[in-house]
Design a protein around this ligand. Structure first.
Ligand code: 5GP
Length: 224
């Protein structure tokens, strides 16, 4: 499905893609929102991070993350293969550079499910391309309940994620958009609207110059 209002014909001419960064504390619903966006929208690629964290039973290597050793992570980091990286909850996470650059050069948008430290690094490197969204939980109690419902992490891990939530949430004012995720469907509609709006911005429409040129030629041809 094409984004609302941005049809395939608009895509014929290569454009540089948008880097859509979504952050939130663990358990606010960000992963569901980003996965839904990838399934619904065309022309957008999910950046699959590398992590030294242990794989959860429901996760697939290469789909949710590339699960790598600390040594492999260190090699990638020191050889500049990561666009950004951060330590979160005691584990290392990073964005492999090459797939992102390839997607952007092909005019595809790229979606990042990364924390505030990663968002900041992308801002510093590629401000003009980055659009950021922060997802807030509706309440502290709901955040705790969601982490417990997921039931894939130990009590100790859940407690540390709750402790870290305040630190993550403190960064909400640094983002372009903020969603309070009270209702997943509503939040998803809003996230899609953000993507559509950003795609329609004139600065992101490299295709328009050619289109307007043709339009003006057409006008010249039919006017005397
Ligand atoms: P989780 O372990 O729950 O999958 O992720 C923990 C946190 O790490 C989440 O906030 C997630 O967005 C963040 N994260 C995942 N991948 C990356 C990455 O490549 N870079 C950064 N900076 N954060 C990441």
């Amino acid at each position: 499905m094409a984004a609302q209002g941005v049809g395939n014909e608009d895509r014929a001419i290569a454009r540089r893609g948008i880097m859509l960064v979504v952050s939130s504390p663990s358990g606010a619903g960000k992963t569901t929102l980003t996965r839904n966006l990838i399934e619904t929208e065309e022309h957008i690629t999910l950046s699959v991070s590398v992590t030294t964290r242990v794989r959860r039973p429901s996760e697939i290597d290469g789909v949710h993350y590339h699960f790598i050793s600390k040594r492999q992570f260190e090699i990638m980091r020191s050889s500049d293969q990561l666009l950004e990286w951060a330590e979160v909850h005691g584990n290392c996470y990073g964005t492999p550079r090459e797939p992102v650059e390839r997607a952007l050069a092909a005019g595809r948008d790229v979606l990042f499910d990364i924390d505030w430290q990663g968002a900041l690094q992308l801002y510093e490197r590629m401000r003009a391309d980055v659009v950021s969204v922060f997802v807030l939980p509706p309440s502290a109690a709901e955040l705790k309940a969601r982490l417990e419902r997921r039931a894939e992490d130990s009590e100790e891990i859940i407690a540390s994620r709750l402790k870290n939530a305040a630190e993550e949430i403190a960064h909400w004012p640094e983002y372009d958009y903020v969603l309070v995720n009270r209702d997943l469907d509503k939040s998803f509609t809003r996230l899609r609207s953000i993507l559509t709006t950003e795609r329609l911005k004139r600065v992101n429409r490299a295709d328009l110059e050619g289109f307007v040129g043709t339009l003006l030629d057409g006008l010249k041809a039919i006017t005397v």
